[in-house]
Design a protein around this ligand. Structure first.
Ligand code: FES
Length: 117
């Protein structure tokens, strides 16, 4: 069962600048890349720091502390020291234009398979 909650107005989400939010009690990093919006856990799997303080490179979010870059689609780190993926959550846009809202469903990560590999 899905349960989307409003995370942030789309017009408050700058391109390629991560934003930290709490959605249903879960810390998430939200990233807009042009017309796509991604949401991942805001905790690096290496040392539990905020990924939202990192930088976007391509379609990855780079941890500011040791540099592991997590793919925003799969959650997988591209390089050590992190070896475990972060949770990736489903997003959707509701409303239109000035009233558009980014909604996130944190009830179940969408990258369960990658976490098992
Ligand atoms: S804390 Fe993120 S890579 Fe080390």
């Amino acid at each position: 069962m899905t349960r989307f909650s409003t995370a942030i107005p789309l017009n408050e989400l700058p391109n390629k600048v991560p934003q930290a939010r709490i959605s249903d009690g879960v810390p998430i990093a939200i990233v807009r890349i042009d017309d796509e919006v991604f949401a991942v856990s805001d905790r690096c799997t290496h040392a539990d720091v905020a990924l939202s303080e990192g930088e976007v490179e391509g379609c990855s979010l780079e941890c500011w502390l040791h540099g592991s870059a997590f793919d925003l689609r799969t959650g997988k780190p591209s390089s050590p020291p992190a070896i475990e993926p972060v949770a990736v959550y489903a997003t959707r846009i509701s409303g239109t234009d000035q009233d558009a809202l980014v909604e996130v469903d944190v009830t179940s990560p969408i990258n369960t398979e990658s976490r098992l590999s």
